[in-house]
Design a protein around this ligand. Structure first.
Ligand SMILES: *[C@@H]1O[C@H](CO)[C@@H](O)[C@H](O)[C@H]1NC(C)=O
Ligand SMILES: *[C@@H]1O[C@H](CO)[C@@H](O)[C@H](O)[C@H]1NC(C)=O
Ligand SMILES: *[C@@H]1O[C@H](CO)[C@@H](O)[C@H](O)[C@H]1NC(C)=O
Ligand SMILES: *[C@@H]1O[C@H](CO)[C@@H](O)[C@H](O)[C@H]1NC(C)=O
Ligand SMILES: *[C@@H]1O[C@H](CO)[C@@H](O)[C@H](O)[C@H]1NC(C)=O
Ligand SMILES: *[C@@H]1O[C@H](CO)[C@@H](O)[C@H](O)[C@H]1NC(C)=O
Ligand SMILES: *[C@@H]1O[C@H](CO)[C@@H](O)[C@H](O)[C@H]1NC(C)=O
Length: 188
């Protein structure tokens, strides 16, 4: 008993040291236009980070999803309210529109071959916008109210091409198939 709780404690200390060292890199990122986010998580695949502020009174989350991408590609971040992984997820997507400006909008991923056309989500989303700088695409949005459910299944993705303003299929290599998980907006 005693030794098991000691090793659990040691594990927690090591885990928190690891979290602190990665969180530093994530949280010292400086956004333009006076935006700032108090929480941040470096996501384990696709060189992506999620930054957010959770408002416990409105239960809304204002967030920035920031990921490595070149100018011809697209990025997406989604919440899946009904399961894990891609199908059923409620997504924010961003890429360079054919006129050269970044666009961002919401879409529902109803199958493994989704239309990627604009659609309203099953929860409220506001202030959707996107930026491109330093080979990174960032999607900004406010989601919620989330009510008392602050832990969600999320999915993130990147693809290398866009055709006629429609993001094309993402690669099927391992990182692109493993880029989903759970996130608790109330932590940190
Ligand atoms: C910080 O994060 C960037 C992008 O996520 C990564 O390329 C870099 O290696 C990280 N640096 C450290 C010191 O962890
Ligand atoms: C953030 O911190 C990491 C490591 O702690 C450092 O390598 C990086 O240069 C810092 N970035 C900024 C923008 O301050
Ligand atoms: C950022 O905040 C400062 C001080 O509040 C203000 O003077 C400045 O105009 C703001 N910049 C932008 C881009 O909103
Ligand atoms: C949080 O939400 C409440 C209720 O909508 C609002 O009055 C308050 O200004 C928000 N706080 C921040 C920091 O945005
Ligand atoms: C580019 O197209 C988008 C979407 O149609 C539009 O919102 C934006 O204003 C356009 N930008 C320019 C610079 O024309
Ligand atoms: C989304 O909902 C708004 C009003 O709630 C409506 O005006 C708009 O047409 C809807 N958009 C789509 C793509 O269904
Ligand atoms: C969350 O909200 C639901 C419905 O409003 C309620 O039934 C439930 O007890 C709440 N759970 C907690 C942990 O507050």
């Amino acid at each position: 008993m005693a030794s098991s709780s000691t090793s659990k404690l040691l594990f927690c200390i090591l885990a928190s040291l690891f979290l602190v060292s990665t969180a530093q890199n994530c949280s010292n990122y400086t956004f333009t236009a006076n935006r700032s986010f108090s929480s941040c998580k470096e996501l384990p695949y696709l060189e992506a980070n999620l930054h957010w502020n959770y408002n416990s009174s409105s239960t809304k989350v204002s967030l920035a999803y920031r990921a490595k991408q070149d100018s011809k590609g697209w990025v997406a971040w989604a919440v899946n309210p009904t399961g894990r992984g891609m199908v059923g997820s409620q997504a924010l997507v961003a890429f360079h529109n054919s006129n050269g400006s970044m666009i961002a909008y919401t879409t529902q991923l109803t199958s493994y071959n989704p239309s990627m056309l604009k659609a309203n989500l099953t929860f409220q989303v506001s202030y959707v916008s996107a930026e491109y700088s330093n080979n990174e695409m960032t999607i900004f949005a406010t989601i919620g109210p989330l009510g008392n459910r602050t832990t969600v299944n999320h999915v993130w993705q990147t693809g290398s091409s866009v055709s006629s303003n429609i993001p094309e299929m993402h690669p099927l290599s391992s990182p692109h198939l493993r880029s989903f998980g759970e996130i608790d907006f109330q932590t940190v």
